[in-house]
Design a protein around this ligand. Structure first.
Ligand code: AMP
Ligand code: ZN
Length: 471
């Protein structure tokens, strides 16, 4: 597989540090509100990357943080008159609900900044000891000039950056406000202000800077050199540049081999963001569309391309997804009707299907080109629909159905057809389960509960008897 590496600005062959394993760190959201669909883009595309690497046989350690201490969270908490953990815990839970709806699998670990403070303090102490950081009046700064590779990710020259700050530097010097040695230096630890959460540290009560958490948590939960570090392109500078400086200065090893950044989700060609107010939450969009449609829409573009959100494109995504699920449904009907006297899945059919699978893999191998991968799925759908019309036996249909499902699953799209079950059949099974329980045949009773669950039926044992509902 080839991936575009922001560090080298080219597509490179993806090779993992350890054979058969990949460590991926993705910067997660700051949790002070419901996530918007721009935040969902990195979640969906990098979840798809993870799924594809697993499809190729790699064991993936996927780590994505929640930034749960930050100015925006504190501001929100103060406005609401509650503790900032109440805000962050609420929106972490809400974010997880959105992720589940979008079929974004939970990360191997979802670390939270506030739970990793001792390790952050340790990294700051190491950086101070090595001369890469210094303390002034309770604030600790990273000494940017002490890290010679600063700017390598964003391809910025440190002297150009410096001159961009010249006026600011002059003004601060005149007013005596600057305590930094250099305007480029950034904060590792900041002293507490009234009404802010704080932790004890060797530099007084305070809290860590934002960039530090990702350096510390990626080291703790992945360790060594990361295979891939990912996030939205707005994070390249300064966030990721600063992460590299902190980590490489402290650890003396390469921080991450590949840097992948998704392009922006836009509205009318402007980046969707909370601060501009031009955003929709995932929750809002999912009132109007199935979350699968939103996921499909996000994957209709290659992840580095900007993507404009519009009702028209969502409608097109809805139609596209329906084409896939309808095809899956008609294949399932053929499987269920046990057709045996129609065309068999012969070598020629297998060859045609392999060809679509190869097209899909070639697209995904080319820097996760999900747009072309979807086209390959559409070709398979067209083939399947034609064959279904001509007449195929159940085994043939099963081969097509399984392949379609396998490829859709790599994209995190659900096209598996749930078995329909009639109310009368549900009631009969519930009766059988009650009888099994009476006879102490708990294995059968559990099996019936599981069977119903697989068909989307949830049972509830109540004092008035068994109640059921469709999921
Ligand atoms: P934040 O909560 O702002 O730190 O963002 C969480 C993640 O969402 C980061 O990886 C951002 O780069 C990403 N992100 C935010 N807005 C957009 C957008 N409009 N399009 C794509 N990614 C975004
Ligand atoms: Zn980060």
């Amino acid at each position: 597989m080839r991936v575009f590496n922001t560090l080298t600005r080219q597509k490179e062959e993806f090779k993992t540090v350890q054979e058969g394993k990949a460590g991926i760190y993705v910067c997660g959201p700051t949790v002070y509100d419901f996530i918007h669909i721009g935040n969902a883009r990195p979640m969906i595309v990098f979840d798809t990357l993870r799924r594809y690497l697993e499809y190729k046989g790699l064991e993936v350690n996927y780590v994505s943080n929640f930034t749960d201490v930050d100015d925006k969270i504190i501001k929100r908490a103060n406005e609401m008159g509650v503790d900032s953990t109440e805000i962050s815990e609420k929106y972490i839970a809400e974010c997880k609900k959105d992720m589940e709806a979008l079929n974004v699998r939970p990360a191997t670990t979802h670390p939270q900044a506030t739970k990793e403070i001792p390790d952050m303090i340790k990294m700051i102490e190491d950086l101070i000891e090595m001369g890469h950081a210094y303390e002034k009046n309770g604030t600790v700064y990273f000494r940017v000039r002490s890290f010679k590779d600063y700017g390598k990710l964003s391809h910025k020259n440190i002297d150009d950056l410096e001159s961009g700050h010249r006026d600011e530097k002059h003004a601060l010097k005149v007013s005596g406000e600057s305590e930094k040695e250099d305007p480029l230096d950034f904060v590792l630890w900041k002293p507490k202000k009234e009404g802010e959460p704080f932790w004890q540290s060797p530099w007084g009560e305070g809290r860590p800077g934002w960039h530090l958490e990702c350096s510390v948590m990626s080291k703790k939960y992945i360790g060594g050199t990361l295979d891939i570090h990912a996030g939205g392109e707005d994070l390249i500078f300064p966030h990721h540049e600063n992460e590299i400086a902190q980590s490489e200065a402290a650890n003396g090893t390469t921080f991450a081999n590949y840097w992948m950044h998704n392009g922006f989700l836009k509205i009318d060609n402007v980046k969707m963001s909370k601060s501009l107010g031009n955003f929709f939450t995932v929750r809002d969009i999912c009132k109007k569309y199935d979350p699968q449609v939103l996921r499909f829409f996000m994957l209709t573009a290659q992840y580095r391309s900007p993507l404009n959100f519009s009702d028209d494109l969502m409608e097109a995504a809805k139609t596209g997804l329906l084409r896939i699920t309808n095809s899956a449904k008609s294949l399932k009907d053929i499987i269920n009707s046990n057709v045996s006297d129609k065309a068999v899945y012969d070598e020629e059919a297998a060859k045609a299907v392999d060809c679509y699978v190869k097209k899909f893999e070639d697209a995904m191998d080319d820097d996760l080109n999900t747009a072309d991968a979807i086209s390959a799925i559409f070709e398979l759908v067209k083939f399947a629909n034609t064959k279904a019309k001509e007449g195929i036996n159940s085994d043939y249909a099963k081969n097509l159905y399984d392949t379609l499902n396998k490829l859709a699953d790599v994209l995190g799209l659900k096209c598996e057809v749930k078995e329909e079950i009639l109310d009368a059949d549900i009631l009969a099974l519930i009766e059988e389960r009650t009888a099994a329980k009476k006879n102490k045949d708990f294995a059968r009773a559990d099996a019936i509960r599981d069977e119903l669950l697989s068909k989307g039926i949830i049972l509830k044992d109540t004092r008035e008897g068994v109640k059921w509902q469709r999921a």
